[in-house]
Design a protein around this ligand. Structure first.
Ligand code: NI
Length: 167
């Protein structure tokens, strides 16, 4: 397993639309293991392949307290959504920035598992937020794009400054 470098906003590669996985094979399973390791190490509760510059439709999520709930979703789709919730979000690609985003309260998700089998599940609360956040990444969208233009510019400024300091 290997830790993968995470792209930082406003890296333009984060805005790439990811392509569906054509075949779930060992290369995909290795990528998922590396993504999970990278997510746990960060630490974070979700990571999309887009964030490690692999533009295929794969996300890993674990909202458990003890790393016991790894969910790997291949070609995930939200097939139903209902309600509304506002949650303070952060993102491994936008370090140190947290802000409120409004999303569906409940979602039903369809995806392939690591054996290439289709499955569906219902998510609500934090898991629903995380699924929506990660699926946005696959469409090239970062959560700060839900914020005002003023806030987005401030965030870009802050991250550029940080990059200069750490470079
Ligand atoms: Ni994110």
């Amino acid at each position: 397993m290997a830790l993968l470098p995470i792209l930082r906003y406003p890296d333009p590669r984060l805005h790439t639309k990811a392509q569906p996985v054509a075949k779930v094979d060992d290369a995909i399973r290795t990528l998922i293991a590396d993504m999970a390791e990278t997510m746990y190490e960060a630490p974070g509760i979700g990571l999309a392949a887009s964030q490690v510059n692999v533009h295929q439709r794969i996300v890993v999520i674990d909202v458990s307290e003890d790393k016991s709930g790894l969910l790997a979703l291949i070609n995930p789709e939200i097939i139903e959504r209902s309600g509304e919730q506002v949650c303070e979000e952060g993102c491994l690609s936008v370090p140190g920035i947290y802000d409120k985003v409004s999303r569906a309260e409940k979602v039903r998700v369809r995806a392939l598992n690591q054996q290439g089998e289709r499955f569906e599940f219902d998510a609500e609360g934090l898991l629903a937020v995380c699924v929506q956040h990660e699926l946005d990444h696959l469409d090239g969208k970062v959560f700060v794009e839900y914020l005002s233009a003023l806030k987005q510019n401030r965030i870009k400024g802050k991250l550029a400054k940080k990059a200069r300091i750490t470079a």
